[in-house]
Design a protein around this ligand. Sequence first.
Ligand SMILES: *Cc1c(COP(=O)(O)O)cnc(C)c1O
Length: 357
Amino acid sequence: MILLNPGPVTLTARVRAALAGEDVCHREPEFKALVGRVREKIARVYGDQPSAGTFVPVLLGGSGTAAVETMLSAIGSNENSLVLANGVYGERMAAMLKAQGKRYEIVSSPWTSTMDIAAAEKALGTGSFTHVLAVHHETTTGRRNDLAALGAVCKKVGVPLLVDAVSSFAGEEIRFEEWNVEAVAGTANKCVHGAPGVSFVLASESVFARPSGATSVYLDLHRHAVDQAKGSTPFTLPTHVTFAFEAALDELAASGGWKSRHAAYVARSSRIRAELRALGVDLLLEQESVYGATLTSFRMPAGKTYDALHAHLKQDGFVIYAGQGKFDGSIFRIAVMGEITERDLDRLVGSLRVALG
Ligand SMILES: *Cc1c(COP(=O)(O)O)cnc(C)c1O
């Protein structure tokens, strides 16, 4: 099966083989050495970006949401965050702050719109915010949010930016310094092509100069960072998944890093968009250039249903993704992360032509 949903992704043979490696205890030196290597390799993904190499990598057991929620443990209960939301994942960060009992304001936009950076700039001008939270690639629609513009505002007012980069880490450019980034949350099983089960936060040392704002025993960034700096982990990591993550990080580096991966995604997505355009299927968003590389959202053509399209493609070996929330039934999404060959794409195009032609 070729997975065209936004994670988990189709694994390479090498990553899959690593999942079936030997059993190790997470308290033994061989596993501690693995965690050390994986943390270094996470930090190296954006090693070409100024200051990215000085960020502290923290490996976590859990899905991408666990990483985002752990990242937000860096925010204190007496601090005040500004959340930009134009989709499910921005709104989820606001829900996390609410669950953590922290103060925040949300600048919401319709899911088909850009982030409202003008409103954010106005709010930040009051000087009452300590953090800005935004989603890099909003997987709800596939829009790559304009973090360059938002980050420039953050830099100007001196407020750190915390980024949900779960569906962009290793697939899109992240400019840590220029965007005033203080932390990013990412996961193994999207653009890095690992198996689901581990995720991570890359946080600036400035985060650890402040006390932990954790409201949870498990999702406490400081606690994980302190133990990992000593070569240990506070809790059991999924050992096999961590070995697979190292294999995926090695394959990422060997294949040319995030830039090559980005280019491969752009080529795949461009081909799928062109094919669907030829079949008369419209993009959900206003134009192709606002999408990131990893995923495209399309409007369901009149007379077709998501369920029938999904079933047809699945019969041919492909899993596509439905719309979330208010988009349920009216759109479909095709992601291009994971091990997908040219032959797979040829077959996908043939299958789409039959289903929608
Ligand atoms: C996938 C995703 C998440 C996390 O989802 P999990 O199911 O917890 O892995 C968070 N943010 C974005 C933008 C995502 O695409």
